[in-house]
Design a protein around this ligand. Sequence first.
Ligand code: BEZ
Length: 401
Amino acid sequence: MRDRNSHLIDRRSALKLAGGVAATGLAARFPTPAIAQAAALKVGFMLPYTGTYAPLAKAIDNAFRMYVDEKGGKLGGRSIQYVTVDDEAEPAKGPDNMNKLVSRENVDVVVGTVHSGVAMAMVKIARESNKLLIIPNAGANAATGPMCAPNIFRTSFTNWQPCYPMGKVMADAGVKRAITITWKYAAGEEDVVAFREGFGKAGGTIDAELYVPFPEVEFQSYLTQIAEKKPDGVFAFFAGGGAVKFVRDYAAAGLKKSIPLYGPGFLTDGTLQAQGEAADGLKTTLHYADDLDNPANKAFRANYQKRYSAEADVYGVQGYDAAALLGVGLDAVKGDFAATQALYAAMRGAKLDSPRGPVTFSAAQNPVQNIYLREVRGGKNAYVSIAAAALADPATGCKMA
Ligand code: BEZ
């Protein structure tokens, strides 16, 4: 576990200091809440810093810190102390890793994670401990569905959101019979369910659903099945290193020209440099496009490029907005993190001027946002149209919704 700002005073030290002050009889002139508010807020990042999702973790971590630094290093007047845990995108280690942050480090807020299976372990512990959890990627529907809670927010998407609109996009493009292929875990499975719903409503049928164990990247036998079945189109969910390999293998197998490949935008986000020409022309749906013509996006991309010498992507946007959302809450309570109800109410009511366009939050505390159709052109995920405007997840089973 790394602690990059260990020089900053933490909450426990501040409270100890407050205790000392009280013992000397100065408590009335120096009330504890003021000291607690002056102390740094402890943010625990639980992200997959290693493995196939490592670039996603890096982008989230980078952009969160960038937002805080753009605000002078403080949110709601509180400086931020960071603690990081590498969750390795490994659901079995999820409870232990979350407990490291919640119990051992006693962070104020946990920001994580990328992988839906790991996120569900975090959600369970967040519900039991009442710790504030902000999910900056993982789309597990249940986190803002049946498992929703006042202390759980998401700044990314549900797995349903980017995949449901793809059904109509593919049907409109003339795809009548499709094959789906994805990693076999919650995100891929929920993506297929959402796509099937949208595609079915638009008149399409799914010929076969192919599942690859996570995080394997040996795709050859699956590509052979696709070539044999000759569907009109393929819907695929992979992300990070797996998406790079899949898109390259798909093109190398000669399938790209004859069987168009589609998917949620994770297939081509943060991956284009490594995918090269293999990704050209791919159409995907997502809550972000590189060239969205709004001032927040232009500033975000320019600052990210300057600070990290890298292109920003959707994962960065989600990390940036996680910090922005926390900032809205902390501003509302003037840094008094103990004012939980007011903090959460402000976060729920936030209207973010995000690089992705306007974002509000549903009663289940998940983003309400545009889903864009994009096309890979000139090494960018270029905006084509709005596939679904201000789309809210149905949040089925959430008692707050
Ligand atoms: C997920 O597991 O929810 C996920 C991971 C990477 C990209 C998108 C979703």
